[in-house]
Design a protein around this ligand. Structure first.
Ligand SMILES: *[C@@H]1O[C@H](CO)[C@@H](O)[C@H](O)[C@H]1NC(C)=O
Ligand SMILES: *[C@@H]1O[C@H](CO)[C@@H](O)[C@H](O)[C@H]1NC(C)=O
Ligand SMILES: *[C@@H]1O[C@H](CO)[C@@H](O)[C@H](O)[C@H]1NC(C)=O
Ligand SMILES: *[C@@H]1O[C@H](CO)[C@@H](O)[C@H](O)[C@H]1NC(C)=O
Length: 434
């Protein structure tokens, strides 16, 4: 997902990634990574009692209380679709109690989605869980692919306040919006510019809105998941998932309390999206990555409490916002635990904004090839392994001022409203100015 405002970075990275198909980045990693294997004893989440929130919500009440944008007909329809129970319950009537729900969030790249879905169909244990597909916008071709899934329970949800669902009003484009730098002082137009003087672009802000809406919804808004305190795994429409992903995930989650008390999460892939892992015989604790991350409700509550930080930071990338604002506000470094060999790979070449209809069609010749070796087909994480901490890792940090694109007060308020939708009592984000 961090593949938007970082296009140059990304392109370079991708070229490298493609040219080094059978990866041996090991040498590089030995140099880059400054490793420590200190065993940590400190408890990670400081004194946050587990709150079990079991609010039921009534949409029409919510809309009244928190001043969400006036809904379009499509938006209302989508909200109704979100209430539908999962499909394939007849095929998989009972899920194991501690299953790890998988949330796949997508926009409109059907050719990519096909690849992810195909990869998920080979994941060992996939039938034991619920797959939630969260859509940014409503696209028939995307629906068709999701509806064809038979390998597990599937629930589709659609962001009802996606800019893609509002053709001529906020959160979409509205005729009164300011457009070019300097507009506001000259004309009576609506909008607040970002730190670089640019006004909002609905297509671009949709990414962060979708992520935040989805997080709030899957944790606090759905009957299917609201009662679960365990981990949820998050993946995107351009992530290839290896057959051992679910079994490895289960192991990592099981090992986390004992092996890495500083870890907030577990990851299926290295933080460096170009790496396939070091291949060492150890577990690795490093900074949170954005490919195949999974955390539990305790961590979500901590994140949710930072709604203000998340919603007011002037960067339209959710992941950069997390790295530079939200995680640093926790105090301690936010580590994630992963295996030495990746179980998920980011393959997307084009940014999320280039959907289907764009001129530069962005499927990499329609072919994505991954070497799936035998070790990638079975759980390959060993409980006896030690943990190596990667310290002082490079990347976005507190102090970074943001790439902009998130300056409009209306976006910030909508974002705060998403945090209050299901838990009116939980956050003090009343309509006060940020
Ligand atoms: C939701 O609230 C509205 C307005 O208060 C009420 O008319 C409606 O019956 C409620 N719906 C449910 C499902 O409780
Ligand atoms: C959730 O994960 C955190 C971080 O690993 C841990 O401290 C906490 O106890 C976990 N919560 C539950 C309910 O398992
Ligand atoms: C990482 O940074 C901290 C604080 O700047 C420093 O104390 C520590 O020695 C560094 N660790 C390594 C392995 O360089
Ligand atoms: C909510 O936050 C505002 C501004 O920070 C503060 O004035 C107000 O007292 C807070 N309300 C509650 C109920 O905590």
């Amino acid at each position: 997902m961090a593949n938007n405002k970082k296009p140059r970075l990304k392109d370079v990275a991708l070229r490298r990634f493609l040219s080094v198909v059978s990866v041996t980045l090991l040498g590089v990693f030995l140099l880059i990574f400054l490793l420590g294997t200190n065993s940590r004893s400190k408890d990670f989440v400081s004194g946050e009692p587990e709150e079990y929130l079991t609010y039921s919500y009534n949409h029409s009440n919510i809309n009244k209380k928190i001043n969400l944008p006036k809904q379009s007909e499509l938006s209302i329809q989508l909200e109704k679709l979100n209430q539908k129970p999962p499909r394939n319950r007849d095929l998989y009537p009972r899920l194991p109690k501690n299953h790890i729900t998988i949330v796949l969030y997508v926009h409109n790249r059907p050719q990519y989605l096909k690849v992810v879905v195909e990869s998920l169909s080979h994941v060992v244990g996939i039938s034991e869980t619920l797959l939630i597909v969260s859509h940014d916008g409503y696209f028939e071709e995307m629906n068709k692919i999701v509806k064809s899934i038979r390998f597990c329970q599937v629930k589709q949800i659609f962001a009802p306040y996606s800019p893609h669902v509002f053709p001529d009003s906020f959160p979409g484009i509205s005729p009164t919006d300011c457009k070019d730098k300097g507009d506001s002082s000259e004309k009576q137009c609506q909008g607040t510019s970002d730190q670089y003087g640019n006004y909002r672009s609905p297509k671009i802000v949709s990414l962060k809105h979708h992520w935040w809406w989805m997080m709030n919804t899957v944790w606090d808004g759905l009957d299917e998941t609201r009662g679960q305190s365990g981990h949820i795994l998050f993946i995107e429409e351009d992530h290839y998932i290896y057959p051992n992903a679910y079994r490895n995930l289960q192991r990592l989650i099981e090992l986390k309390p004992e092996k890495c008390r500083d870890c907030y999460a577990v990851n299926l892939a290295p933080c460096d999206v170009n790496s396939r892992g070091e291949g060492w015989d150890c577990l690795i604790a490093e900074r949170m990555g954005n490919v195949g991350y999974s955390f539990n409700r305790t961590v979500w509550r901590k994140v949710h409490k930072k709604a203000r930080e998340f919603c007011s930071f002037d960067d339209y990338n959710w992941d950069i916002t997390m790295w530079t604002k939200v995680y640093p506000s926790f105090g301690d470094p936010v580590y994630t635990l992963r295996g030495p060999r990746t179980s998920a790979v980011h393959f997307g070449k084009c940014g999320l904004h280039q959907g289907q209809g764009e001129k530069n069609a962005c499927i990499d010749n329609g072919v994505v090839h991954f070497d799936v070796d035998n070790v990638d087909k079975v759980a390959n994480i060993k409980p006896e392994w030690e943990v190596r901490f990667t310290e002082n890792q490079s990347g976005y940090k507190a102090g970074f001022k943001g790439w902009g694109g998130w300056g409009d007060e209306r976006d910030r308020q909508l974002c705060l409203n998403f945090a209050r939708m299901y838990l009116l009592e939980d956050t003090n984000t009343s309509s006060s100015k940020l």
